[in-house]
Design a protein around this ligand. Structure first.
Ligand code: PLP
Length: 372
C-alpha cells in the first residue's frame, strides 16, 4: 500500500521544536496537568490517590462507560454504545476509512482539508475527487460542484467541519444540502469535527444528528486543549459501530487506562474548559484582526472563533522558503500554504498564549517588509 507524505505533519515534525514564536499550531493553548487536575477544584489529590490503586491493565476496551456517556452528551441523540474511543481523531478517521473504503470506490473529499481525508482513501484504492473550497466564497465549497461530482458509486463524502486550515464553519443548512446529495446515492458522509466554534457553538451541527449514514470523528486535541491525552472517538449508527468494532480490534485494542481517566476528567468539566478557551480564542482573534487591519501585506477570511486561520501573504518568492527563513531569522513558525496546496498562504494558529502571538505577529510584519 502506498501513501503520500503527510504535508503538515512532516513540516511540523522537522521545525516545531526550533520555534521561539510558534504560531503554527491548531490547538487552543494546551492545558498543563495542573490545570486539568484543578478543574474539579481539588488540586489533583483525589485523582492521584485513585491512580495509585488503579491497575495498568487494558482497562475498558471501547472507552469507559463514563467516557461514552460524556461523549454522547455532545450530540442530540446518540446512544453511548455507539461511541468508540480511538487514538485521537487521527485514529478515528483511520478507523472509519479503513472499515469502509475498498478498491474501486469513489470518494469525494473537501480540499484542502485534513490530509487523512483524501490520502487514506486513495491509499486504500479508491478514486478520489476533490471538492475545492474557495477563498472568494469565504472558503466554502460550491454545492453545485458537488452535484457534478457525485456518482452512483460514490461511497463516501469526506468533510472537515470546521475546516483546517481556514477555520470556516459549514452551516447546518449547507450540511443538509450535502446530506440530500449523499442520500441520492446512499453514500456515507464522514465529518472530522475536531474544531468547534467557541463563540456560538450552537451554530455547529454534527453530521450524526443530521444523517443516519453520517459518521462524526472528534477528539480532545483541539477544542479541549489536551492533544497529549491522545483520545478521540467515532460517533455513528449502531451498524457502523459494529463494523468499526471489528476493524478496531485489529488496530488499537484500547486507548489506555490513564488516558481514559484524564479524558473523563476533561469531559466532565467541559463547560470550564470551553469557557477558558472561549476567552483565549476571542481575545486572540481580536489581536489577529487588529494586526491584519494594519498589515498591508496580509489579508484573511476570518475564522469563526475556531482555533486555526489561513492568511494570504503578499510575497513574491517561494512560500516554503519564506517560512523557513522566517523561522531561522525571526524564530517564528507558520505552516506554509503549499503544504495545503495553496502557496502564498500560511496557516496561522493564533490560539497560543497572548505574548507569543503578539511577538510572533510583530516579527512576521518586520520580516514581510524587510523581505519584499
Ligand atoms: C482536522 C484534524 N483532524 C484530526 C487532527 C488530529 O487530531 P488528533 O490529535 O486528535 O489525532 C488534526 C490535527 O491537526 C486536525 O486538524
Amino acid at each position: 500500500m502506498k501513501i503520500a507524505g503527510f504535508g503538515v505533519e512532516e513540516w511540523l515534525n522537522v521545525w516545531e521544536k526550533s520555534a521561539t514564536y510558534d504560531i503554527a499550531q491548531s490547538t487552543v493553548s494546551s492545558m498543563t496537568m495542573h490545570e486539568i487536575l484543578n478543574l474539579d477544584g481539588k488540586g489533583g489529590q483525589s485523582f492521584y490517590q485513585m491512580l495509585d490503586e488503579q491497575k495498568m491493565n487494558y482497562g475498558w476496551i471501547e472507552g469507559s462507560p463514563e467516557f461514552k456517556k460524556e461523549v454522547a452528551k455532545l450530540y442530540d441523540d446518540i446512544d453511548p454504545e455507539n461511541i468508540l474511543q480511538t487514538n485521537g481523531a487521527t485514529g478515528a478517521n483511520h478507523l472509519a476509512l479503513y472499515s469502509l473504503i475498498e478498491p474501486g470506490d469513489h470518494v469525494i473529499s473537501e480540499y484542502p482539508s485534513y490530509q487523512q481525508l483524501y490520502d487514506i482513501p486513495k491509499s486504500l484504492g479508491a478514486e478520489v475527487d476533490f471538492w475545492h473550497i474557495k477563498e472568494d466564497a469565504d472558503w466554502y465549497p460550491d454545492i453545485e460542484e458537488l452535484k457534478q461530482l457525485i456518482r452512483p458509486n460514490t461511497k463516501m463524502i469526506c468533510l472537515n467541519n470546521a475546516n483546517n486550515p481556514t477555520g470556516t464553519l459549514l452551516s447546518r443548512d449547507f450540511l443538509e444540502q450535502v446530506v440530500e446529495i449523499a442520500k441520492s446515492v446512499n453514500a456515507y458522509v464522514l465529518v472530522d469535527e475536531v474544531y468547534l466554534p467557541l463563540d456560538h457553538p450552537e451554530n455547529f451541527a454534527s453530521i450524526v444528528d443530521l444523517y443516519d449514514k453520517g459518521i462524526a470523528t472528534n477528539s480532545l486535541s483541539k477544542t479541549y486543549s489536551t492533544p497529549g491525552i491522545r483520545v478521540g472517538w467515532t460517533a455513528s449508527n449502531s451498524d457502523l459501530a459494529d463494523l468499526f468494532r471489528k476493524y478496531r480490534d485489529y488496530t488499537m485494542i484500547c486507548a489506555g487506562v490513564f488516558n481514559d481517566l484524564l479524558a473523563v476528567c476533561v469531559l466532565q468539566h467541559k463547560e470550564q474548559v470551553l469557557a477558558r478557551n472561549r476567552k483565549i480564542v476571542l481575545n486572540n482573534l481580536e489581536i489577529l484582526k487588529e494586526w491584519v487591519a494594519q498589515e498591508p501585506k496580509v489579508s484573511v477570511v476570518l475564522p469563526q472563533a475556531v482555533s486555526t486561520s489561513f492568511i494570504k501573504l503578499d510575497i513574491s518568492g517561494d512560500t516554503e522558503d519564506f517560512c523557513v527563513r522566517l523561522l531561522k531569522e525571526k524564530g517564528v513558525l507558520l505552516v506554509p500554504g503549499n503544504r495545503f496546496d495553496m502557496p502564498k498562504h500560511a496557516r496561522l494558529g493564533y490560539c497560543t498564549d497572548e505574548a507569543t502571538l503578539k511577538e510572533g505577529l510583530k516579527r512576521l510584519s518586520v520580516f514581510l517588509h524587510q523581505e519584499n
